[in-house]
Design a protein around this ligand. Structure first.
Ligand code: ZN
Length: 150
């Protein structure tokens, strides 16, 4: 039990949990915005395009009427699908931006390492110093198999 709490403490102090909490809160607020966007702006626009059709009236009553009616909620379903597609699209864009940001960060972090990487190598035939990506030695004109393959 002590080990469990120790691990839990490690987990919540690592900072990921705070990130996660912020993400969930922003996600919740974001969902409300997307829902509103779909319900109040996009669905009315689609309705207008289709000649003032109210999507709520797309619900097809199969049998009965009133509260006992069996209804196919096509309009409601369509709204949910548009909702999902919008959220997926926005998430995709956000993830893409995040990926780019972390890629740039990695580049900055690894820049120094990359600069330290050797730029020259020794030709196995004449033992001269040549560029690391050379496929043919400039000194003895030997074809360098290793570089040619990669
Ligand atoms: Zn050589």
């Amino acid at each position: 039990m002590k080990a469990f709490f120790k691990e839990f403490k490690k987990f919540i102090t690592r900072g990921n949990v705070m990130d996660m909490a912020v993400g969930i809160i922003i996600g919740g607020a974001f969902t409300a915005i997307v829902n509103s966007l779909v319900d109040n702006i996009i669905m009315p626009l689609i309705s207008a395009i289709f000649g003032g059709t109210n999507f709520d009236s797309w619900n097809v009553t199969l049998r009965g009427s009133g509260e006992s009616a069996v209804v196919l909620g096509l309009g409601t379903f369509l709204a949910a699908v548009v909702n999902f597609l919008l959220i997926a699209l926005v998430l995709f864009c956000v993830l893409k931006a995040l990926n780019k940001a972390s890629e740039m960060r990695d580049k900055l972090l690894h820049k120094e390492v990359a600069e330290e990487a050797p730029k020259t190598k020794i030709c196995p035939y004449c033992k001269s110093e040549i560029p690391v990506d050379a496929t043919r030695c400039p000194h003895c004109t030997s074809v360098l198999e290793e570089a040619a393959k990669s």
